[in-house]
Design a protein around this ligand. Structure first.
Ligand code: 5GP
Length: 191
């Protein structure tokens, strides 16, 4: 099957809409994709469910898995907040004959592409501008001012990596962004 053995990475500063686009591809299309559930050492936010949105681990559990070499990539995205992709997760999805779709940060996304250059399509989702990004982050209403500032500082840094990706989608109009994402993925999977 065309999807087996393939990896599709969506990366972007948080607040740019990448999660919405990834969910759209998974829920509203018939693309043969399965979401890569990352491991994370932070607390669940809002409606998030363990084993669905993330595998929520304690910092100790996370560090143990690093020591056991269980990650394809892992990163301390924010101070004391570790995130990573487990090898077992990619193997699970490939065994289903599906392509793995990732919603991860820019450094993690580029790291996956570096390790699997032929198998990976990397897509950067860009907010129309920084004001809009800030508005979206505040609109979520789930985080403290300190956390919002932390995410904005990281976003600034991440926007500089856009050119390293195979494709860029500017999320100005969500419906158009969803269509662009669909086209890119179906072409890559030769569907
Ligand atoms: P959030 O706390 O908003 O869910 O995620 C924070 C950041 O960590 C986001 O940019 C998200 O994409 C990133 N992230 C999520 N999973 C992974 C992962 O497996 N590896 C890496 N490197 N980053 C991840």
């Amino acid at each position: 099957m065309a999807a087996n053995g393939k990896l599709i990475v969506f990366s972007a500063p948080s607040g740019s809409g990448k999660t919405t686009i990834v969910k759209h591809l998974l829920q509203n299309t018939n693309l043969p994709l399965e979401f890569s559930i990352s491991a994370a050492s932070r607390e669940p936010r809002g409606e998030e469910v363990n084993g669905k949105d993330y595998y929520f681990l304690s910092i100790e559990e996370f560090k143990k898995k690093i020591a056991n070499n269980e990650f394809i990539e892992q990163e301390e995205v924010y101070a004391n907040n570790f995130y990573g992709t487990l090898k077992s997760e990619v193997e699970r999805i490939w065994a289903l004959g599906k392509a793995v779709i990732f919603d991860i940060d820019v450094v993690g996304g580029l790291n996956i592409e570096k390790q699997f250059p032929k198998e990976t399509l990397s897509i950067f989702v860009q907010p129309p501008n920084k004001e809009e990004l800030e508005k979206r982050l505040r609109g979520r209403g789930t985080e403290t001012e300190e956390k919002i500032q932390m995410r904005l500082a990281k976003a600034d840094q991440e926007l500089g990596y856009a050119a390293d990706f195979d494709a860029i989608i500017t999320n100005d109009n969500l419906e158009i962004a969803k269509q662009e994402a669909y086209q890119l993925v179906s072409k890559f999977l030769k569907l």
